[in-house]
Design a protein around this ligand. Structure first.
Ligand SMILES: C[S@@+](CC[C@H](N)C(=O)[O-])C[C@H]1O[C@@H](n2cnc3c(N)ncnc32)[C@H](O)[C@@H]1O
Length: 139
């Protein structure tokens, strides 16, 4: 059973469980994902010219960290050959909610993620994108 989401009047996804918004930057969480996650991890500079790169995230949430990392990896001429993105989530939302929450510029990537998020059971799942060069196991 996917984790239910509420949607606030301004379109922000809201967690009943945590009584909190998933993000609050007014730009579908995009600024927050870039400022807090990407810049906080010194990416994409840190992975430049590395053969591969691994990211471990707690709280997959709406997948925004994954989507901005994947987008940056795709656009980066100095990207690692393989990006492993490992994320844990105790209460995964539905694929439909994940797609609905995606900012417009990430919608094509969110749709690819959405299309692989079906039939999930509790446990570890390995998803592969871009010919398995970008992977996201999902718990
Ligand atoms: C604010 S969201 C993270 C946002 C996420 N980084 C994104 O890009 O959308 C926090 C997430 O952590 C998850 N979470 C909270 N406690 C957890 C736990 N103990 N184990 C795994 N996931 C947890 C919540 O379900 C929620 O999806």
């Amino acid at each position: 059973m996917p984790e239910p989401l509420d949607w606030l009047p301004d379109g922000t996804p809201y967690s009943q469980r945590f009584q909190d918004r998933y993000h609050s930057d007014g730009n579908f969480g995009l600024d927050q994902a870039r400022d807090v996650f990407m810049r906080g991890c010194d990416l994409p500079q840190a992975w430049a010219n590395q053969p591969q790169w691994r990211i471990l995230e707690t709280g997959f949430g709406l997948g925004l960290s994954f989507l901005v990392a994947w987008q940056a990896w795709r656009a980066d001429p100095a990207r690692p050959n393989i990006l492993h993105f490992i994320s844990c989530e105790a209460w995964p939302v539905s694929a439909a909610d994940l797609l609905r929450a995606a900012p417009a510029e990430l919608e094509p990537l969110a749709r690819e993620l959405h299309d692989q998020l079906w039939g999930l059971l509790a446990g570890v799942h390995r998803l592969s994108f871009d010919g398995a060069a970008c992977c996201s196991p999902y718990i």
